[in-house]
Ligand binder design. Structure first.
Ligand code: ADP
Ligand code: MG
Length: 252
């Protein structure tokens, strides 16, 4: 499918241990899909495999961004292909300010030698920081260094809003956020929803999906999607817990 993020029959392991087991999912551009699943089921592994993290080995399968295969490519090439990943535990980058970090990411995406409009850049950066209720002083702080959990997540969403990728994978963006921060971050994501962007929102809890209402919900269990449905599936999970999935699988 050309206008989609496609993950097809993906098998991946960490060390000798298989984590993703025939994982398949398609996120069409313009849609918001959620993956829910218990801890340890491989949700973060999926995000890291897509990012080309060196700890994870892909045995077989594909991942395509609008038809372009991305597995095995360098992270900057994956970013240029249009995929953005926000991690559950964002890394600190001492010595690199947020403003310079996002600027470098934007410049890297431009044609070589093309001029960069710094004035427009800062105007947009400040507007988006205001929307996320981030203090201006954050622009000169080093990326994620000494940030609280919530500040890290806001910083990830700021990057997302500035980079405007074709597809964004958000891994537990709700963790570490209080209810106000959750609302602000969700508003940021919701403002970006539209025909040009696809979202894959990974979460353990249903509460994020009260704010970012998904088009589709997928349940992940032991390295693969075992059940898919509409947004009401998230509520069902919240009500019945994951044991229900386990029982259903045992009878399948
Ligand atoms: P989830 O995000 O769904 O909670 P993860 O993808 O983080 O799950 O983890 C899936 C399984 O893989 C867990 O059992 C975890 O301990 C293991 N795992 C993930 N990353 C590593 C790693 N770098 N080294 C060893 N084990 C890992
Ligand atoms: Mg995780």
């Amino acid at each position: 499918m050309p206008d989609s993020l496609v993950i097809r029959n993906l098998h991946a392991s960490v060390g000798e241990r298989p984590i993703l087991k025939n994982f398949s999912l398609t996120v069409p551009k313009g849609e918001v899909h959620a993956i829910m699943g218990p801890n340890g089921t491989g949700k973060s592994t999926l995000a890291k495999v897509l990012a080309g993290h060196p700890d994870y080995v892909v045995q077989s399968g594909d991942a395509l961004v609008d038809g372009q295969p991305i597995l095995g490519l360098e992270p900057d090439v994956v970013a240029r292909a249009g995929l953005f990943l926000a991690f559950q535990y964002p890394s600190e980058i001492p010595g690199v300010t947020i403003a310079n970090f996002i600027r470098a990411a934007l410049v890297a995406r431009q044609a070589k030698g093309a001029p960069f409009d710094a004035k427009a850049y800062y105007a947009e950066l400040y507007a988006k920081m205001d929307a996320l209720k981030m203090d201006r002083k954050f622009t000169s702080r080093f990326v994620n260094e000494g940030f609280s959990g919530g500040e890290k997540k806001r910083c990830e969403i700021l990057q997302l809003m500035m980079l405007k990728p074709r597809y964004a994978v958000l891994d537990e963006t709700d963790s570490g956020l209080d209810i106000d921060a959750l609302r602000i971050v969700s508003e940021g994501v919701n403002a970006m929803r539209g025909p040009d962007t696809g979202f894959l929102v990974i979460t353990h809890y249903q509460r994020l999906l009260d704010h970012i209402v998904p088009d589709r919900v997928h349940i992940m269990w032991d390295g693969q999607i075992v059940h898919s449905g509409g947004k009401e599936l998230a509520l069902e999970l919240e009500e019945k817990g994951y044991d229900w999935v386990k029982k259903e699988l045992a009878h399948a």
